[in-house]
Design a protein around this ligand. Structure first.
Ligand code: FES
Length: 173
């Protein structure tokens, strides 16, 4: 499939995918990067995303789903504009990870796997995100925040609200 063919992705991403599948000796090796880029653009792995990625690589939709289901960073449901992943694995747990999670829950008014009514935030409890030396840590989209204390949580949320306003994306603000 070339970028001129019917696609659900932006022309830029479609062109990127065209280049990506040619880069690997085995097209299937492009699967995970494609799913991550698709998720960044579409917010989650919808049926349409899975169908197009499968077509581009030349594998079945079931193959795509089987692989994607192994990766906790890939989602099959829409996330908020800012997806907050709170680590509660051992290092973070010992240094207050659950207190951080609880504070996000209170401040956002959603449980893990929930999305705020304005669609701005989603909350997830996750396994190690590789920042153990700076526990407790969270990841918001691709940003890391570490050595957290519960009292820092409102400021982090406000920071992203301001960012969304600046981008003109928080329609409920
Ligand atoms: S245990 Fe939390 S980042 Fe590793």
């Amino acid at each position: 499939m070339s970028s001129e063919s019917k696609t659900i992705f932006s022309p830029q991403l479609a062109a990127r995918f065209d280049a990506l599948v040619e880069k690997y000796p085995v097209r299937r090796s492009a699967l995970i990067p494609m799913l991550l880029y698709a998720q960044d653009e579409v917010s989650y792995l919808s049926d349409a995303v899975i169908a197009e990625v499968a077509r581009r690589i030349g594998i079945t939709e079931l193959d795509v789903r089987n692989v994607a289901s192994y990766y906790s960073l890939l989602r099959f449901k829409p996330a908020g504009e800012y997806n907050i992943q709170v680590c509660t694995n051992i290092c973070c747990m010992l240094r207050g990870g659950y207190e951080i999670l609880e504070r996000f829950r209170e401040e956002l008014g959603v449980d893990p796997k929930g999305v705020t009514a304005d669609g701005l935030f989603s909350l997830e409890e996750v396994e190690c995100i590789g920042a153990c030396s700076w526990a407790p840590a969270i990841q918001v989209n691709y940003d890391f925040h570490d050595e957290l204390k519960p009292d820092l949580v409102p400021g982090i949320i406000d920071g992203y609200r301001s960012k969304a306003k600046a981008k003109g994306k928080n329609k409920n603000a």
